[in-house]
Design a protein around this ligand. Structure first.
Ligand code: HXC
Ligand code: NAP
Length: 292
């Protein structure tokens, strides 16, 4: 099979004038985006709660790419820490013109088992973290009259909802609404907003909490995806790089699904007919035509 999607897509200097802040950038998809953005010229600030993890990633990615990357500890639920993140990023690189709201918290559980605090924890990271960051960075861009781009990482259940991840689904739906609302409201300031809704992309963070080993057979993700495979980090990084670059200058308020057709397979009324062998269709058709 052609595996072009595992390769870099944009020109080597596609993000040359960009300073990008990625929340949750020390691990998983945030780290993969950071690596690719550095490879195509961006300066990158990664941030999360665990400074040791961030510093390890800074070391690894600067060795691998030779790019300029910097870590700032920040809990996205604390507005004053976000103000510090912004100040430190400007101090280091002179400006910030891209924000990627990628940090998240999530786990599977029946909703009735949740404490109210657990619900708050998830929605505070995902929704409040996103609007706190967006507000702090937005005020700075508006004051400085700077063009800027925000990329929000949501999920496909932001619009379908999903049982067993209710706090995450509620919060991601809010992030999608925020994306579309501010795409209109802040376009006048030259600030664009877009989102990516990934299907399953293997990461330790997601797999430990959402696809535990004990439920391996039940949660067989490849089987749920029409294209028969999970996502590759590079293909998400390619899309993210395009969305934060000036190549996507006319794209605003969009959410791009990258899931191999997974959510539509779950949604289509007759999609389960895929399991019927082709040779049975003569018989089925005869039966249907016979009813005339
Ligand atoms: C029920 C749970 C629980 C569980 C934690 N809690 N785990 N309740 N079932 N499995 C409860 C705790 O009892 C506590 O409530 C509250 O949640 C907070 O838990 P803490 O451990 O104190 O919080 P903290 O250390 O801040 O950890 C936050 C976290 C953790 C969200 C719980 O999972 C985390 O750090 N996650 C970050 C990374 C992550 O989640 N990545 C996955 C992203 S994937 P009480 O009331 O007892 O105090 C994703 C989309 C995937 O988002 C889509 C796939 C297709
Ligand atoms: P991940 O590696 O666990 O990433 C989550 C990151 O968020 C971690 O780096 C974590 O770092 C950070 N974080 C959590 N709470 C934070 C807080 N309060 N403040 C600052 N940072 C915080 O998981 P991932 O799979 O790469 O997920 C990345 C994004 O993709 C998330 O938005 C997720 O919802 C989305 N997504 C993933 C998938 C998938 O299949 N992987 C599918 C759909 C959507 P610290 O613990 O150091 O804070």
């Amino acid at each position: 099979m052609n595996e072009k999607y595992k390769e870099s897509m944009l020109k080597e200097d596609a993000l040359i004038d960009k300073v990008v802040v990625i929340t949750g950038g020390g691990t998983g998809l945030g780290k993969s985006m950071a690596k690719y953005f550095l490879g195509i010229g961006a300066k990158v600030v990664i941030t999360s709660r665990k400074l040791a993890v961030l510093e390890e990633t800074v070391k690894e990615l600067s060795e691998q790419t030779g790019g300029e990357i910097f870590a700032v500890e920040c809990d996205v639920r604390k507005y004053e820490q976000i103000e510090n993140l912004l100040a430190k990023s400007i101090e280091k690189f002179g400006k910030v013109n891209v924000l990627v709201n990628n940090a998240a918290g999530n786990f599977i559980t029946p909703t009735e088992r949740l404490s109210h605090r657990a619900f708050d924890i998830i929605t505070d990271i995902v929704l409040k973290g996103t609007y706190y960051n967006t507000l702090a960075f937005g005020k700075y861009w508006i004051k400085e009259k700077m063009d800027a781009t925000v990329l929000n990482i949501v999920t496909t259940y932001a619009w379908t909802g999903s049982a067993f991840v209710v706090p995450s689904a509620s919060a991601k739906a809010g992030v999608l609404a925020l994306t579309r609302s501010l795409a209109v409201e802040w376009a006048k300031y030259g600030i664009r907003f877009n989102a990516i809704a990934p299907g399953p992309f293997p990461t330790k963070g997601a797999w430990d909490r959402l696809f535990p080993e004990d439920l391996k057979d039940l949660l067989n993700v490849e089987k749920k995806i029409p294209l028969g495979r999970v996502g590759d980090h590079q293909e998400l990084a390619n899309l993210a790089a395009y969305l934060v670059s000036d190549y996507s200058a006319f794209m605003n308020g969009e959410v791009v699904t990258l899931d191999g057709g997974e959510w539509l397979k779950g949604a289509g009324e007759f999609n389960m007919l895929e399991s019927i062998p082709m040779e049975m269709w003569d018989e089925i058709e005869k039966g249907i035509r016979g009813k005339k």
